[in-house]
Design a binder for this molecule. Sequence first.
Ligand SMILES: *Cc1c(COP(=O)(O)O)cnc(C)c1O
Length: 464
Amino acid sequence: MRYISTRGQAPVLGFKAATLAGLASDGGLYVPEAWPRLSEAAIADLAGRSYAETAAIVLAPFIGDALDPATLRELCETAYGRFAHPAVTPLVQLDGQHWLLELFHGPTLAFKDVALQLLGLLFERFLAGGDRHLTIVGATSGDTGSAAIEAVANRAHIDIFMLYPDGRVSDVQRRQMTTVDAPNAHSIAIDGDFDTAQALVKALFADRAFADRVGLAAVNSINWARLAAQVVYYFYAAVRLGAPGRPVAFSVPTGNFGDVFAGYVAACMGLPVARLIVATNVNDILHRALARGDYSAGTVAPTATPSMDIQVSSNFERLLFDLHGRDAGTLAGVMRGFEATRAMAIPEPVRARAGLFSSARIDHAAMVEAMRWAHGAGTILDPHSAIGLAAARAAGLPREVPLVTLATAHPAKFPEAVTSAIGTAAPLPARLGALMEGREHVTHLPATLDVIREFVGTRTRVAA
Ligand SMILES: *Cc1c(COP(=O)(O)O)cnc(C)c1O
C-alpha cells in the first residue's frame, strides 16, 4: 500500500515510512492511495475470530509488504494480550437498540491504548537492527500522554517526552504518566496551559535542524498507523451484531476526529455502516461543520470532557480530502485559506457527500442525563462516553438498527464528574491499585522554547 499526502506535495511513502513520518512534509496528512475493500465473504468470515486475529486481517491491506503476515499476527497478539478483558473491546447491551463498545480495558484505561499499544510495537519493529532513533515529543491534556508513555516505556531506539499543563490534568491522569519509571520516559509539567504546551511542541517540530538531529516523531492521531488500528474495532463490533447481513450504526465522542474517521474508513472498506454519529460537547466546530458547513474555530470552553475540548480537529482534513474528490491541489488551497482565517464555509455539494455522518452537540445537562440513564441500565459511564450515548439516543434511528456507542474511557478516570452526576464513583480497577502510592518522576519546566529544547536535546539518548 502506498500513502499520499492530502496536500499532494510530499513524497509518496510505504506503510513503514508513513508510520515513522507522522505529518507529511507539505503540512498535509498521509492517507492510503485508495481504500482497500474486504468482500462480503471476508467480512462474514471475521465472525467468531479473536480481536488479535481480526486486527491482523483488517490491517493486512494497509501494511502491505511492510510486515510479513506471521509477524503482524504476533504483534497484534502481543499488543492486545495486554488488555484486561478477554474480548479486548467487549460489547455491553444497554437495551433493545443501544450497545456500548468498551474500548478502555487497556493499560491506561482510555481507548488510545488500542492504537498506541500496537504503534509502540510497530515503532520498535521498524527501528530494530537500524541506527535510527526516534525522539517522541507530545503535548497532552491527559489521556494521550499516559497511553503513549505506556506504549514505548523501556523500548530501545525510542525516547519520549510528554509536556502537560501543570495542575490541569487529573491526579489519576498525572500519576499514570509520572509513576512510570523508565530511563527513556520523561514527564514534563510546564508552567502554562495545554495550548501553550502544544505550541511548544509545534515550535520544536518547526526547528528542522533540531528535529532532524534528534529524530523527532509524533504519536498524536495524525499518525496513520494509529487510525488504521482503530478501524479494527468497527469490524469486530459490527460482525458480532450481524454484519455483513445487517447494517450497524455507531456514535462516537469526538475531539480530533480520529476515532470517527476510522469508522468512515471501515465503511469505505465495505463494512455496512448505517450511520456515523459525531458527538461533540459544547466545543462544537465539527457539529457546525457537518450540520451547516460552518467550519470556523472559536475559543475552547473547558468542560467535564477535556479530551474533546478542541477547536481545530486535525483529522477532519482527511475527510475533506475525500469530500473534495481526492483533489489534493484544491484541498491544499482550501486548507491554506482555513489556516489564514481559522474559518471555512464548506460548499453544499461538498457537504452533501458526507451523508454517512450526522452530528450532535451535547451540553452538560444532556451528558449528565445520559450518565443517569446508563446507570439505570446497570452501567457507569465516563463523561466522554456519555456524550456519545446522549447523541445516540437523540439520533432517531429506526429501532431495528443496532446502535453502538464507543465508550472511550473508564469511568474511574473521571471520579468527580461521575460522582456529581450519579452520586457514586467507579472504583479504580485493581491492577491500578498502586497508582496512587507510586513514586512520581516529573520535571517542572518553564514554558520557554529554549529550555524545553535544551532539556529534550540533552536527555534524548540519540548520539549527539
Ligand atoms: C481522545 C479522546 C476522545 C476523542 O477522540 P478523537 O479521536 O480525538 O476524536 C474521546 N474520548 C476520550 C476519553 C479520549 O481520550
